[in-house]
Design a binder for this molecule. Structure first.
Ligand SMILES: NC(=O)c1ccc[n+]([C@@H]2O[C@H](COP(=O)([O-])OP(=O)(O)OC[C@H]3O[C@@H](n4cnc5c(N)ncnc54)[C@H](O)[C@@H]3O)[C@@H](O)[C@H]2O)c1
Length: 389
């Protein structure tokens, strides 16, 4: 007998739709599951999205006011997929109502907000998850097992990039992502956070950092009404100021002595979604890039003069891959990672195990972010202090 978990999704934009679609696919993807999610209620301020929620996604109902959704008796778990400034009030209300909470990253947008989310969830004793979805890529999980089993030797260096073009069009609208009070910080919250979570997952804690930031598109057309992620203005539209950073880079030292370099941008032209890492050890190296997420490049140090990087293609011999497609080198995609994280989170609710990454791991990420922010002012190296209370 499968456990029925009533789900509320708060915000049916890009990620709200991705999670809702994932939840619909879970029964057919994971026949061995012990949990069946039930799409109970979707909250969105846009009428057309509320209608889609019911008509296209099969939610039992939709509401305009998210507060009605989080406290409903038939809701067991809440997915927070609204813009960053709504994460904390939504998490506070959901945890106060005793619901499990899965929040999209970065949880708020400023380090103290992720810490607040962790605090209220701890106090309420509810289960938490955070949407660092790239940690669930089957080849990333394989990379971790190669590192953990010593196949790379001692890790000496890590390179993390998240270079995206989502803000590279100077006529791209001034949406919530570009305001300090709506998004929090810029790329450091939005996408460097993915790179930091990946580095912590693969290599371990980061001990000290220094970095810099920049803005390359300082003004954008003001959005009229509710604007989507990819909205575009006209050259003569009135413009407003971008309040948070377009670019950030960071040098770091890991607790295990390895060094690291990170770069993150939303305005660079060229890399469309280059969320990538390279890990170097004394016996080998690994490279992975979201743009080619079904390939992992592996170098093993040998005496063979023909040795070099080999490409490992994704396939059903790696964790979770076979749920989507059998065989070898048949590709999976972005939303499949969302389905995996949702499935594992739901299973953890039924089994009572702690899910990772949860809000604790989000605090690990923002502890690094706070040190980076401090280095912008001090212009020096800053120790990473654990912000968990
Ligand atoms: N993990 C990832 O790969 C990933 C990718 C994209 C976005 N995100 C995160 O997901 C979150 C949402 O981003 P998005 O790109 O889906 O945004 P989006 O702008 O596409 O969607 C936001 C949705 O929230 C709704 N909304 C706004 N105010 C609301 C309110 N008061 N009550 C209810 N709904 C409201 C909007 O109408 C919209 O439907 C952000 O925190 C972002 O950082 C994560």
């Amino acid at each position: 007998m499968k456990k029925n978990v009533g789900v509320a999704v708060l915000g049916l934009g890009w990620m709200g739709q991705a999670h809702s679609r994932s939840m619909l696919r879970i029964p057919s993807l994971f026949p061995e599951r012990s949990v069946d999610p039930r799409l109970v209620v979707c909250a969105d301020t846009e009428e057309s999205r509320r209608a889609r929620a019911v008509e296209d996604f099969g939610f039992e109902r939709s509401v305009e006011n998210w507060e009605e959704a989080v406290s409903a008796d038939d809701v067991d778990a809440v997915w927070v997929t609204a813009p960053n400034m709504l994460h904390i009030p939504m998490i506070e209300a959901a945890t106060a109502a005793g619901k499990a909470v899965f929040s999209e990253k970065p949880i708020g947008g400023k380090p103290e907000q992720a810490v607040r989310a962790y605090q209220v969830a701890q106090a309420a004793g509810v289960a938490t998850g955070v949407g660092y979805n790239y940690l669930w890529a089957p080849l990333v999980i394989h990379a971790k097992s190669l590192i953990d089993s010593g196949q790379l030797g001692d890790i000496t260096h890590y390179r993390g990039h998240f270079l995206s073009m989502y803000g590279s069009d100077e006529l791209g609208l001034l949406t919530w992502r570009f305001f300090m009070d709506q998004a929090g910080y810029g790329v450091t919250s939005d996408i460097l956070s993915h790179s930091v979570s990946m580095a912590q997952f693969l290599v371990g804690p980061i001990a000290e950092v220094t970095g810099m930031k920049n803005n390359t598109i300082t003004h954008r057309p003001i959005a009229q009404g509710a604007a989507g992620h990819y909205g575009r203005g006209a050259p003569d539209d009135p413009k407003g100021e971008v309040e948070n950073e377009d670019f950030a880079s960071m040098l770091c030292t890991f607790a295990n002595g390895a060094t690291g370099t990170f770069e993150s941008s939303r305005t660079m032209v060229g890399p469309e979604s280059q969320n990538s890492f390279a890990v170097y050890g004394t016996k080998g190296a690994l490279e992975w890039n979201l743009e080619t997420m079904n390939e992992l490049r592996f170098y093993r140090l040998t005496d063979d003069p023909s040795s070099g990087y080999t490409t490992i293609y994704g396939g059903d011999r790696f964790p979770y891959h076979g749920a989507f497609v059998p065989g070898q080198a048949n590709a999976i995609g972005f939303e499949d990672l969302v389905a995996i994280e949702d499935h594992v989170f739901l299973e953890s609710l039924a089994g009572g195990e702690r899910f990772s990454p949860g809000f604790r791991e989000a605090v690990d990420v923002v502890s690094v972010q706070q040190a980076l922010i401090d280095s912008w002012t001090s212009r020096g190296w800053e120790p990473v202090v654990d912000l968990a209370p």
